[in-house]
Structures are given as structure tokens and as C-alpha cells.
Design a protein around this ligand. Structure first.
Ligand code: NAP
Length: 312
């Protein structure tokens, strides 16, 4: 958002008034909109309307990237589909084949164990130029391309559950023969639900281990902090609010200041004080080593999921 506002200011400096007016209008509306890349006006088919699929659908439509008339959502739950239709006016269906045949872009948002079934179902409806965007943990682009058998461009993305509140950390990887235009398109979609970074595909398992699964680790941290407060006599609701805001505020400080977390920690550890006593306890019990191991283990599991998908 800040980057786009900066672009607006730059436009004023450069006398590009139409662009500047657009940025100002967005400010007044409280939301920053920008011209979508042209391909976003093409047809999209979203397969899997669960947690992530639902979040992406909302993000795409809320940010005005494309209209509801361009989107088909495929899921196995009639109830979920009806809700999407009522809420957003998108086309819905249980059979992916007609929607895929008509799409320029297919987003794969089913669970890894369902993927092969879906790919086999749609294979004959796919055209080689269609872009596939996959958010499926651990499944390599070559598997998707090989299973479809048409050399389609694939962009792999690893978002996280915070997409549901527009605060996702997503990493996207360009997989041959995807192009820069395909990457820009995928970037625009995931920027609608949070932050996006680019990585090489080989790093996506590590991304899964860090930010894909990461929210679960932090939920455990929040719960444990809350329990600590309760143990020391705080009412549970008060402890939960304090724990949650503490994690949120600490993350915001790291993000907004760009300072290394160790420096920020040093700033709040008074010699001989309470915080350094707690930091010593956390070091002795191996908090950091535990979190590092968690990321390593989740990364390895992500790699294993790819092998399982290939064997099916
Ligand atoms: N959730 C996360 O935090 C997260 C983060 C990063 C990446 N991902 C990836 O995102 C993908 C989706 O995750 P999710 O959490 O959104 O899962 P989810 O909530 O289970 O959503 C998947 C949806 O697809 C439906 N489905 C099952 N079989 C189908 C089929 N043949 N055709 C169409 N739809 C079908 C599921 O129905 P049923 O419920 O009946 O199975 C469900 O509604 C996964 O591959 C995961 O690796 C998830």
C-alpha cells in the first residue's frame, strides 16, 4: 500500500495527473486500487473453495482485479458453492471440466492428496497455453505439468492462512515455461491478500516450513503466553488479549522499523531486569532451537509430500 502511495506522490512530481488523481480517489475510499495487468480480465477457474480458495476469491474480487463474471469456482460441497454464488455472484460447479476449458488461468487450491484426481479429471479439457497457479504444499510444478501432459506454464505459490485476513505471507516461484507476465499476474493475485516475495522453486519447501505452517507455531506461542498469564493470576480473556496484541505489536515493530529482532530485544532487556531473566529461561529451554527444528521438520515433510504425490 505504501509503495503504491509513493508511486502516487511520484506521479504528482512528474505531472502525471491522471495517475495521481486515481491514487487520491483510492485514498479517499480507504483502499488502494491500481490498474490490473490486462490478463486479469481473462477467465479464471478456482478449483477448491476451502480456506485458501475462499480467501483468494475474496481478495481477487475485493481488490477489483477482475469481475465475478470471469470467475468459476469448483468444489465438491454444494453448500459452500451456493454461498460463493450468493455472496460474490461467481459461477459455480462441481465438474471442473467446462470451467477449465473456458479458463485462461486455473488456480489449484485442493489438498495435496486430491490433486491427482483433479488433474486426471481435467487433463482432456486443458490447453497448453493456460496458466496453472498452484498453492498446493510440496507438489512440484513438473508433477503438475507431467500429469497434465501439455507443458503448461505453472506458477507455484505458498501463501498462508493469514490470507483470510489479507495478511498472508506468500512466496511465488516461476516454473518453466512460465514467463514474467505470468509471474506479474500471480503476484497481483496474491498481493490482494497480503505480502508476496519471489523465490526459486527449490526453496518452496522451506517457505512451507517457515511461513506456510508458521501461523500454527505462533498460535502455540500465543496460547502458551496466555497460559503463563493465567498461571500468574490473570483472567483468561485479559491474558489472551494481552498475548495476542504482544505478538502482533512485536511483529509490527520488526516490520515497520526493519530492525533486526535481536536489536529490538536488546532495547527492552534492562540489565538485571525481568526480561533478561525470562530470555535466559527461554535460551536454557531451547526456544530458538525448537523453532528452527520445527521449520526443518515441516520442510522435510513438504519434500516427502511431493514424493508421495509422484508415486500415486
Ligand atoms: N491452509 C493453509 O494454511 C495453507 C497454506 C498454504 C498452502 N495451503 C495449500 O492450499 C491447499 C488448500 O488448503 P485449504 O486449507 O484451503 O484446504 P481446504 O479448506 O480443505 O480446501 C480444499 C477444498 O477443496 C475441496 N475439494 C476436495 N476434493 C475436491 C475436488 N475433487 N474438486 C474440487 N474441490 C475439492 C475440499 O472439500 P473437502 O473438504 O470435502 O475435502 C475443500 O472444500 C492445500 O493444498 C494446502 O497445501 C494451505
Amino acid at each position: 500500500m505504501i509503495r503504491r502511495l509513493r508511486r502516487g506522490c511520484l506521479a504528482v512530481k512528474q505531472n502525471r495527473w491522471r495517475f495521481a488523481r486515481q491514487a487520491l480517489k483510492c485514498l479517499i475510499r480507504g483502499r488502494v486500487r491500481y490498474n490490473p495487468p490486462p490478463m486479469l480480465n481473462k477467465k479464471m477457474c478456482l478449483i477448491g473453495g476451502g480456506n485458501m480458495g475462499g480467501a483468494l476469491l475474496r481478495g481477487i474480487l475485493n481488490s477489483g482485479l477482475t469481475g465475478a463474471e470471469n470467475i468459476s469456482v469448483i468444489d465438491v460441497h454444494a453448500g459452500k458453492l451456493e454461498t460463493f454464488k450468493k455472496q460474490y455472484g461467481v459461477t459455480i460447479g462441481r465438474d471442473p471440466r467446462p470451467a477449465v476449458a473456458a479458463a485462461d488461468l486455473v488456480i489449484l487450491a485442493v489438498k495435496p492428496m486430491t490433486l491427482n484426481e483433479v488433474l486426471d479429471q481435467i487433463r482432456d479439457s486443458v490447453r497448453p497455453e493456460q496458466l496453472f497457479v498452484s498453492i498446493i504444499a510440496g507438489v512440484e510444478s513438473t508433477h503438475i505439468r507431467d500429469r497434465l501432459g501439455k507443458q503448461n506454464p505453472v506458477v507455484r505459490v505458498m501463501p498462508n492462512i493469514a490470507a483470510t485476513v489479507d495478511a498472508a505471507a506468500s512466496a511465488i516461484a516461476c516454473c518453466q515455461p512460465a514467463t514474467e507476465d505470468h509471474m506479474l499476474l500471480a503476484e497481483a493475485i496474491f498481493a490482494a491478500v497480503g505480502e508476496v516475495v519471489r523465490v526459486d522453486e527449490e526453496h518452496l519447501d522451506a517457505v512451507t516450513g517457515l511461513s506456510g505452517s508458521g501461523p500454527a507455531y505462533i498460535y502455540m506461542v500465543i496460547e502458551a503466553l496466555c497460559d503463563g498469564g493465567v498461571k500468574m493470576g490473570l483472567p483468561r480473556d485479559v491474558a489472551m488479549r494481552l498475548a495476542t496484541q504482544t505478538v502482533f505489536g512485536a511483529a509490527k515493530l520488526v516490520k515497520d522499523t526493519g530492525q533486526h529482532p535481536a536489536m529490538l530485544r536488546d532495547q527492552v532487556t534492562t540489565p538485571g531486569g525481568t526480561t533478561i531473566a525470562a530470555v535466559h529461561e527461554l535460551e536454557e529451554r531451547g526456544l530458538r532451537a525448537m523453532l528452527i527444528s520445527a521449520v526443518v521438520t515441516a520442510t522435510e515433510r513438504s519434500r516427502a509430500l511431493n514424493s508421495i504425490a509422484r508415486k500415486r
